[in-house]
Design a protein around this ligand. Structure first.
Ligand SMILES: *[C@@H]1O[C@H](CO)[C@@H](O)[C@H](O)[C@H]1NC(C)=O
Ligand SMILES: *[C@@H]1O[C@H](CO)[C@@H](O)[C@H](O)[C@H]1NC(C)=O
Length: 416
């Protein structure tokens, strides 16, 4: 039996393995199987304006498994808000993993594919764009300029955007987005189980005032020599330099044959720039041996900085939510996870997205081929499609206005 094993290394290893598994905790997991509707609350947000979009429970137009369904936005020019509650989570001393898969079947040109984690007590029926959240994470696309992964953290009531650029996927296939937050205040962002960004909360967000600042009292010393090059004191103006004329008579100019000195006056040739003329004399420049480099104020401890060892802590996480504006619908969410275990999240991604991605790609390519053939067979149809496209483009323009309004709202919100 195992416990009678003579190998002294075996026993600690055995218990260590047990511990690893015992410590893995899943706070929330949603694979959108039967019964999902009892866990999710559709918000009434924007309903009165007829701007609340319907979700479609579907495996999508192309997929790697017909039975693997998720929820998909199904109406254009709509707001979407839906959320699910889980028992309160405090991530103090723990790793926090937030992961989900998202697919934009519609060739998204302006819209979000991100999710939120919310804290405290929220009226889920009223969940919307103004509801305070703790973490917002996932892809956002609008036109050519915005194609990024948002990672917004709320600290002390203020939303802070990540300062690093993290490009998102832009194709029409499923991708898994993972945000990992460690108790040492480091983080990682993964797409399809590949790390795309990593670093520290201290450096990549402005959650706290900076630790060090330039000394505001410091002044450049009077004798600080910051000229890298100086005129060569040895260099002398060559003799006769100033006598070189700027212009000379054109040697090719000829007096016209019918020139009459008496009537036309004395003939003078036109002038051309003198190739010998080099402008006013300047001594050549040499390296300054007293050069001390550019002066920089010394860095000092920032008196306004106060460390917060709980910088990474969200003491009362309680909901996952999706809150989006979509110009063109077709964004599909699945396999949502909130847990404390990176390995568990990796495995979940492999077993879902990883297992089906090749079949999904093949199904997508098949669907594209069929679409192209249909538009070839039926030129009238293809005209209609072109019209559709131009409509969509117009729509995007007007809606990117709406979007930028929403974004500036968000920015304004950030500054609160
Ligand atoms: C839901 O998605 C399926 C698969 O793409 C589609 O056939 C169906 O029309 C959609 N339903 C709605 C209401 O959009
Ligand atoms: C938190 O916010 C309050 C009010 O805005 C502010 O006075 C305080 O300095 C902030 N604390 C930290 C640690 O940022």
């Amino acid at each position: 039996m195992a416990l009678h094993n003579k190998n002294p290394n075996f026993l600690p290893l055995f218990f260590a393995t047990l511990l690893v598994f015992a410590s893995a905790e899943v706070f929330f997991e949603e694979r959108f199987e039967d019964g999902w509707e009892s866990r999710w609350v559709k918000s009434d947000w924007k309903k009165d304006d007829n701007m609340a979009g319907e979700w479609n429970y579907t495996a999508g137009k192309w997929n790697g498994d017909d039975n693997d369904k998720g929820i998909q936005t199904s109406e254009d020019y709509r707001f979407y808000a839906i959320s699910a509650e889980f028992p309160p989570v405090n991530n103090k001393g723990k790793t926090l993993v937030f992961q989900f898969s998202v697919k934009h079947e519609q060739k998204l040109d302006c819209g979000g594919g991100y999710m939120k984690l919310l804290s405290g007590d929220i009226d889920q029926k009223k969940f919307g764009g103004e509801t305070p959240y703790s973490i917002m994470f996932g892809p956002d696309i609008c036109g050519y300029s915005t194609k990024k992964v948002h990672a917004i953290l709320t600290y002390n009531g203020t939303n802070h955007l990540i300062k690093k650029e993290v490009p998102c996927e832009t194709d029409q296939l499923t991708h898994v987005y993972t945000f990992i937050l460690h108790p040492d205040a480091t983080y990682s962002i993964l797409i399809d189980n590949v790390e795309k960004q990593t670093g520290s909360l201290y450096n990549d967000w402005d959650l706290l005032p900076p630790k060090k600042i330039k000394d505001p009292e410091a002044k450049k010393p009077e004798d600080w020599d910051d000229k890298e090059y100086i005129p060569d004191p040895e260099d002398k103006k060559p003799e006769g330099y100033d006598d070189i004329p700027k212009e000379i008579p054109d040697p090719d100019a000829k007096k016209p044959e019918d020139w009459d000195d008496e009537e036309d006056g004395e003939w003078t040739p036109s002038t051309i720039p003198n190739p010998e003329y080099k402008g006013p004399w300047k001594p050549k420049k040499i390296k300054n041996s007293n050069y001390k480099g550019k002066w920089k104020a010394p860095m000092i401890d920032n008196p306004d900085f106060k460390d917060d060892p709980d910088l990474y802590v969200f003491p009362n996480l309680k909901y996952v939510g999706i809150e989006l504006w979509q110009v063109k619908s077709g964004t599909m969410f699945d396999n949502i996870l909130v847990a404390d275990d990176v390995e568990y999240a990796k495995k979940l991604a492999e077993e879902t997205w990883g297992k089906h991605k090749d079949a999904e790609k093949a199904a997508f390519e098949e669907a594209e081929k069929k679409r192209e053939e249909e538009s070839k067979d039926d030129p009238v149809d293809s005209d209609v499609e072109e019209d559709d496209d131009s409509d969509a483009t117009e729509g995007t323009e007007s809606d990117s206005d709406v979007k930028s309004d929403a974004e500036s709202e968000e920015d304004a919100h950030d500054e609160l």
